[in-house]
Design a binder for this molecule. Structure first.
Ligand SMILES: Nc1ncnc2c1ncn2[C@@H]1O[C@H](COP(=O)(O)OP(=O)(O)OP(=O)(O)O)[C@@H](O)[C@H]1O
Ligand SMILES: [Mg+2]
Length: 264
């Protein structure tokens, strides 16, 4: 039994505040960072005050996908030069705020569990000023990933149709389920050839979860493979600015609408 702390009271009965969504995957390269950016953008378009935290262990991608040159980033926070709030910067084109990582620093991976815990406390507090905090996680389930994932009230597990991505997504769900059986885990099938293929992929994962874990993580949505995604990333411009009506943009907007049914 965990003891009731001030934080857990503020957070609600399940011990985690509402509105913290982590984007995770087992396998790398399935589109987490792009989805985190696009969902933040979609939620901001819907009027939600949104903060995107780049939690990808020294392989910061959010700033690169968006062509940002952050003056202040998580590296400076971990060095103790600035506080976490000072590292949040407005991304005007998307209407949301970003805390950028620092590529190549390896800083979060090397951060002690204690320091990471402090950082989480600060992030939780800062997140309270927003309707939604989105955390872009690194691939896999190492210590810092599962520690950061542990502060979320909801986890979106991203997979593609590839068997390796699917197996790794299952492994991630299994580990998270063992750690936090009450966690709201949902699945995003990204880069689907067609919605029907995406649905088949989801059912394969669902069957494995039902048979072996006795849980049925719902589908958050299917995002179609769309060459405009790659083009937007290459142009370091958000898809929802560059190609707001393309298939992948429509799919992401639909997921955001389902995530944010109304004011919380
Ligand atoms: N719906 C999509 N359609 C087409 N291409 C996509 C789609 N989603 C993502 N991609 C491609 O996948 C690539 C990888 O995306 P991204 O960097 O967001 O993945 P990631 O899961 O964050 O990777 P990592 O595990 O390395 O952090 C992008 O460069 C993009 O070109
Ligand atoms: Mg990434």
């Amino acid at each position: 039994m965990s003891t009731m702390t001030e934080a857990s009271i503020a957070a609600g009965a399940d011990g985690a505040p509402n509105g913290i969504t982590a984007i995770a995957s087992g396998k790398g390269g399935v589109g987490k960072t792009w989805l985190a950016i696009s969902l933040a953008h979609a939620l901001a378009k819907m009027g939600q005050r949104t903060l995107l935290f780049d939690g990808d262990i020294g392989l910061a991608n959010v700033d690169i996908q968006l062509g940002l040159m952050p003056k202040r980033d998580l590296g400076a926070v971990l060095e103790g030069t600035i506080g976490l709030a000072a590292a949040a910067q407005r991304f005007d084109a998307g209407g949301f705020d970003i805390i950028a990582g620092r590529s190549g620093s390896g800083s979060l991976a090397r951060t002690s569990p204690h320091r990471l815990g402090e950082l989480q406390g600060d992030l939780r507090e800062l997140g309270g000023a927003y309707d939604r905090l989105l955390i872009d996680l690194g691939a896999g389930v190492d210590r810092s990933v599962s520690q950061l994932a542990g502060m979320a009230s909801q986890i979106l597990v991203v997979t593609t149709e590839e068997p390796t991505a699917l197996t790794d997504a299952y492994a991630f769900i299994k580990v998270m389920h063992q750690q936090r059986p009450d966690l709201d885990v949902r699945v995003i099938i990204n880069m689907a050839s067609t919605p029907a293929d995406g649905d088949r992929t989801y059912r394969t994962l669902l069957n494995a979860c039902q048979n072996f874990l006795k849980i049925a993580p719902p589908l958050a949505g299917i995002v179609r493979a769309d060459r405009r995604v790659r083009e937007a990333i290459r142009a370091q411009t958000p898809l929802l600015v560059r190609s707001p009506n393309t298939e992948a943009a429509t799919d992401v907007m639909a997921i955001a609408r389902r995530l944010a049914p109304g004011p919380r």
